[in-house]
Write a protein that binds this ligand. Structure first.
Ligand code: SUG
Length: 447
């Protein structure tokens, strides 16, 4: 049976801004207070979706969330009308207002971990929204993420939805950004690699000293159990702590995999030999030979990898068996990265094409091409059961382009977040969007 990988990209929400909310993510900290351009941001993301759709890759859309999140502000003790709440929060707790106004749900690689039916004992596709509990602004995403995913993948006979793990540090979960599936073919059983920053219950293991390790081993193990994965086809590996301290807050900032290929930096893992020695035979028992492309630190240093997001690329399988690497424009601006890419493309290996996108608005908050997409491998029957409203088409592209152009502000600064008109505009936009995508009432303001 034919199976496909579908990339669901997060639509950038109307409140896209730079609030410096993500300690450990160097771009987020560096761009605090920079003016943001929400309309350009959303159009940049949409252009990537359309270009990949035009190339014949299966592409979907994941809706953004309602921000500012009034229910979170109410939970924090603010009372009165929506306008009162925004005014009080702006005056008394501006940090809370910016946290609860972030458009961070755009980085849907953190929305959930997804395991395809071929790997799960019950033969269903499993979804667990990430609790994202390391960052206040992201910890409020999962309830609505879960609702949106259920509206997209509604058929319970085929799709199993789990709630997010408890929002406790030992269960820190950042979703697919720390999860990679390898397989001979999307529809055949594969091997799932879970990469964690720290083992919460094992203080003897090295940990980063400067920045937080967002993903725990305990969370990854819980997801593997929930998704009914075969331990013989599951690998857990630790990120190198000093690499987290250099700004690699998710594994997808330093490694990417697809099919039987792993493309990664020499300093990505605490011990890549141990990881590869486990991954290789496990994948071989699934019928595929691992191809590991390691980039040496003296070819591209970690700082350069973080600046350019070379590894936050999308690896897409082409019909001829080769792969396309989707990278951000920042890769072209770096002599070291660009020559590394030229070397790769001409080496006769699996990657034979590079496609470059301008995603600067997202990149300035630490989100590259891979952060903006959530991968779901589906059989043809499962794909037929997906809500058709969220699948990219020429018509949907035109509608979304018009919708963004109509509803989004050109420019946004932190001082605009208390503007009650911004809340109204966002709600109007999302109300219309839920209709366009056929999601039904997924937002709190629609309940
Ligand atoms: O969680 N940035 C996001 C970027 C997420 C990138 N995702 C992956 N690597 N998969 C984060 O750190 C910054 C928001 C701000 O500072 O305004 C932010 O949330």
């Amino acid at each position: 049976m034919t199976s496909h990988e579908i990339n669901f990209d997060g639509l950038v929400g109307p409140t896209h801004n730079y609030a410096g909310l993500s300690f450990g993510n160097v771009a987020s900290s560096a761009n605090l207070n920079a003016p943001a351009f929400p309309r350009a941001a959303a159009l940049q993301g949409l252009a990537k979706m359309k270009a990949l759709h035009d190339r014949g890759f299966k592409q979907g859309v994941l809706a953004p969330q309602e921000r500012p999140c009034l229910s979170s502000l109410r939970q924090a003790g603010f009372t009165g009308s929506d306008t009162d709440i925004l005014a009080k929060a702006a005056k008394e707790a501006p940090a809370l207002l910016s946290a609860f106004s972030s458009a961070s749900s755009m980085w849907v690689a953190n929305a959930a971990t997804i395991s395809p039916s071929a790997d799960s004992a019950d033969g269903r596709v499993h979804f667990t929204p990430a609790n994202l509990n390391n960052k206040l602004h992201r910890s409020i995403e999962h309830p609505v993420t879960g609702r949106i995913l259920r509206a997209m993948f509604a058929d319970e006979a085929r799709f199993a939805h789990h709630p997010a793990l408890p929002g406790q540090m030992a269960f820190g979960d950042e979703g697919a950004a720390n999860h990679t599936r390898f397989c001979p073919d999307y529809g055949q059983p594969g091997v799932q690699l879970f990469v964690y920053g720290q083992a919460a219950f094992d203080p003897s293991r090295p940990r980063p000293q400067k920045f937080p390790a967002r993903q725990t081993l305990e969370a990854s193990q819980a997801i593997a159990r929930l998704h009914q994965l075969d331990p013989a086809a599951t690998v857990f590996a630790q990120q190198r702590p000093a690499t987290i301290d250099a700004g690699v807050f998710h594994n997808d900032v330093i490694a990417v995999g697809n099919g039987r290929l792993l493309f990664y930096h020499q300093l990505a893992f605490a011990d890549q030999k141990v990881m590869l020695d486990e991954l290789r035979p496990k994948l071989a028992s699934r019928g595929a030979e691992l191809v590991a492309i390691e980039v040496a630190d003296d070819e591209v240093g970690i700082a350069e990898a973080v600046k350019t997001y070379l590894f936050n690329s999308q690896l897409l399988s082409k019909p001829d068996g080769k792969m396309l690497l989707v990278v951000p424009e920042e890769c072209r601006q770096s002599a070291a990265v660009w020559s590394c890419l030229q070397r790769l493309m001409t080496s006769g290996g699996l990657i034979d094409e590079v496609l470059v996108f301008d995603l600067k608005q997202s990149m300035q908050n630490g989100g590259g091409p891979a952060c903006l997409r959530l991968r779901v491998a589906l059989t043809a029957t499962e794909l037929a059961a997906v809500n058709p409203g969220v699948l990219m088409s020429d018509t949907l592209y035109t509608r979304l382009h018009d919708w963004i152009s109509h509803h989004y502000r050109e420019e946004l600064r932190l001082s605009d977040l208390a503007d009650p008109a911004l809340l109204d505009e966002s709600r109007r936009a999302l109300d219309e969007l839920s209709g366009i995508l056929g999601l039904g009432a997924v937002y709190p303001f629609q309940q």
